[in-house]
Write a protein that binds this ligand. Structure first.
Ligand SMILES: C[S@@+](CC[C@H](N)C(=O)[O-])C[C@H]1O[C@@H](n2cnc3c(N)ncnc32)[C@H](O)[C@@H]1O
Length: 511
C-alpha cells in the first residue's frame, strides 16, 4: 500500500500492523485500508486526531501562501465574496478530512444511546431552519450588526410568538447557525448569513410568489427540502412497510404521495392549483443546488471547448437552464436547447432574459417544452446533457429516457450524465476498467466514503427515495442502467474534493 501525504508515523505503524495482519489472517484479504480490527480504539482516536491536525496544518499553509485568512464563525459573509480562503482546493480537501474525522471521533466517544438519539432527533433542526427561512430571520438581522436584535423585534414581521421563535433560534444557535448574543437576543453569524436571500422583508411579504426570484436560490433549496422532502421523509417508514407502495418504483406511489395525500407525482402536483409557489421555488432551488456546488463545476470533466463551432448541446430536463447558462457564458461557440416540462420552460424564459439577455433572440439558446418520455425530437445533438435527471426516476423509467436519447443520437453524440456517484460505506471493487473510476482511499481509519463529509449524498439518495421511489446510483448500477438504455460509459470524472452536489460526470457513447 502506498504512503500518501497522510503517511504520518502513526499511519506507518498502522500500515505495518495491517500488512502483518493481512498476511497472517486471510488469504482472501486484500490490502484494504479499512480493516477496523487492526487498530484499537485509542489508536483510532489518535489517528483521527492526527488527520485533523495534519489537515489544519494544510489549511494554515494554503491560506498563508495565498495571503488569505479564514472568516470567523461569528462573522456574517456576503455570498458575493465567496470566502476566497475557503474555496482554495487545499482548504476544501483538508476540510473534507476534518469533517469526516470529527464525525467519526464523536461517534466513538459519545455514549451510543446519545449518538443514536441525537440522530433520531435531527428533524427538529430541519424544522428550525425551515421556520427561520419562513419568518425572514436572516433578512431581519441583516442590518442589526453584531449586537443583534431581541426575538420580540425579530418576530414582529411574521407575527410568530416571540418566546417560541427564540427557542427555535436557540436550537439553531446551538448548532452554530445564528449567535445568541445575550438572552433572547440573536445576531447573524457566518452560517446564518447564507439564509439571507438578499431581499427586503417588505418585498418578500408583499410578493411571496417572487421571493426567491433573482436570489442565489439557497433559501429556495431550503424551502423545498424542509417542505416537500421533509414531509415525504416523515412518511418513509410506513411507505416502505406498505406492501404495494413499498415494492413500487412508480413516482406516484411514494412517501411523498402519502404525505401530500395525492395520486399524482411531484412534477404534476407542482402544476396543480395552489402549488405555483412550489413550482417557482423548485426552479430557484435548482439554481441554489448549483450555487452551493463548486462554481462552474459543470465546466469540468468534459471537453466542452473541444466541440466544434455551432455544436448543439441538448440539456434534457434542464429545468430553467441554470447549467446551460454557465456553459453558454463560457463557451459562446456552442448552441443549446434546454428541454423541460411546459410550465418550467415558461419560467426559464424569464430567467434567460434576465441572466443572458439576447441569448434567446440570437438563437444561441432555445427553450423547448418536451417530455423525456416521448421520442427525442433533436437528432443532431453533439451532446445530450442529463443532470440530476436519472436520480429522479427508478430504473424502468430511466431506461425509457435513455433509449429515447439513444434513438436520436448520431454515432458521434456523447451522453454527459451529471449525477452523484454513490460509494458504499465499505470497500468496494470499483468498475476498474473505466478511466477515472477509481479514486484513492482516504486515510485510515476514516470510512471509505468519508462518512460525515459525504452525508449530503446519502441524504439526497433518501430524498429521491421519499419523493420519487428513485435513487442515487453507484457506478456499477449506472453502468448497467446505461447499458440497458443503449449507452456505454467511456469515462468518469469525480471532480476535485468538495462538499457540494453532483459534480461527478459519467461520459457515455451510443452502442
Ligand atoms: C432535479 S431537476 C434537474 C434540473 C436540471 N437538469 C439541473 O440540474 O438543474 C429535474 C428536472 O426534470 C424535469 N422533468 C420532470 N419530468 C419531466 C419530463 N417528463 N420531461 C422533461 N423534464 C421533466 C423537472 O421539471 C425538473 O426541471
Amino acid at each position: 500500500m502506498e504512503c500518501s501525504e497522510y503517511c504520518t508515523p502513526l499511519r506507518q505503524v498502522y500500515l505495518m500492523k495491517l500488512a502483518v495482519h493481512t498476511a497472517a489472517n486471510s488469504p482472501h484479504h486484500t490490502t484494504s485500508p479499512h480493516p477496523t480490527p487492526v487498530m484499537n480504539t485509542i489508536e483510532q482516536l489518535k489517528a483521527l486526531s492526527e488527520i485533523i491536525q495534519t489537515s489544519i496544518q494544510r489549511i494554515e499553509e494554503a491560506t498563508s501562501s495565498h495571503s488569505l485568512s479564514l472568516s470567523s464563525l461569528d462573522t456574517p459573509v456576503s455570498a458575493e465574496t465567496l470566502e476566497a480562503a475557503y474555496a482554495l482546493p487545499d482548504v476544501v480537501a483538508a476540510g473534507v478530512f476534518i469533517t469526516a474525522a470529527a464525525g467519526q471521533l464523536t461517534s466513538i466517544v459519545r455514549p451510543p444511546a446519545m449518538t443514536v438519539l441525537n440522530y433520531a432527533m435531527q428533524f427538529h433542526v430541519s424544522t428550525a431552519i425551515g421556520t427561520a427561512v419562513e419568518t425572514y430571520v436572516a433578512e431581519i438581522l441583516r442590518d442589526a450588526g453584531p449586537e443583534g436584535l431581541h426575538a420580540e423585534a425579530i418576530a414582529k414581521y411574521s407575527g410568530v410568538d416571540f418566546k417560541k421563535l427564540a427557542r427555535v433560534l436557540r436550537l439553531l444557535a446551538t448548532n452554530h447557525v445564528f449567535r445568541e448574543v445575550s438572552p433572547d437576543v440573536f445576531a447573524q453569524n457566518r452560517l446564518s448569513s447564507i439564509l439571507d436571500s438578499g431581499k427586503s422583508v417588505e418585498s418578500m411579504i408583499k410578493s411571496p410568489e417572487t421571493r426567491f426570484t433573482g436570489t442565489l436560490g439557497v433559501t429556495a433549496t431550503i424551502g423545498h427540502v424542509t417542505d416537500e422532502a421533509f414531509k415525504a421523509s416523515a412518511y418513509l417508514t410506513e411507505t416502505l412497510l406498505d406492501p404495494v407502495y413499498g415494492a413500487s418504483g412508480r413516482p406516484d406511489q411514494t412517501a411523498f404521495s402519502k404525505a401530500f395525500n395525492t395520486d399524482v407525482d411531484m412534477w404534476q402536483l407542482y402544476e396543480s392549483p395552489g402549488n405555483a409557489h412550489r413550482l417557482v421555488r423548485f426552479g430557484s432551488a435548482m439554481d441554489g443546488f448549483k450555487n452551493m456546488s463548486p462554481p462552474n463545476a459543470i465546466l469540468e470533466g468534459f471537453d466542452w471547448s473541444g466541440l466544434s463551432e455551432g455544436s448543439l448541446v441538448v440539456d434534457v430536463g434542464g429545468g430553467i437552464g441554470a447549467h446551460s447558462l454557465t456553459l453558454a457564458k463560457n463557451h459562446p461557440h456552442l448552441k443549446f436547447i434546454v428541454q423541460d416540462r411546459e410550465a418550467v420552460v415558461k419560467n426559464g424564459l424569464k430567467y434567460w432574459n434576465q441572466q443572458l439577455p439576447g441569448a434567446i433572440e440570437s438563437k444561441q439558446v432555445q427553450l423547448q417544452a418536451h417530455s423525456f418520455f416521448d421520442p427525442q425530437p433533436v437528432t443532431t445533438a453533439a451532446v445530450f446533457l442529463i443532470r440530476m435527471i436519472l436520480h429522479d426516476w427508478s430504473d424502468d423509467y430511466c431506461v425509457k429516457i435513455l433509449r429515447h436519447l439513444r434513438a436520436a443520437a448520431t454515432a458521434d453524440t456523447r451522453l454527459v450524465v451529471v449525477d452523484q456517484i454513490m460509494s458504499y460505506a465499505c470497500d468496494e471493487d470499483t468498475v476498474k476498467d473505466i478511466p477515472g473510476a477509481v479514486h484513492p482511499p482516504p486515510p485510515a481509519p476514516l470510512l471509505p466514503n468519508l462518512g460525515h463529509a459525504s452525508l449530503i449524498s446519502y441524504y439526497t439518495d433518501h430524498q429521491m427515495l421519499g419523493l420519487f421511489n428513485a435513487q442515487e446510483r453507484t457506478l456499477t448500477q449506472a453502468k448497467e442502467l446505461l447499458a440497458q438504455g443503449g449507452w456505454k460509459i467511456i469515462a468518469v470524472n469525480h471532480g476535485a474534493a468538495h462538499f457540494g452536489f453532483s459534480t461527478q460526470k459519467t461520459i457515455a457513447v451510443p452502442v
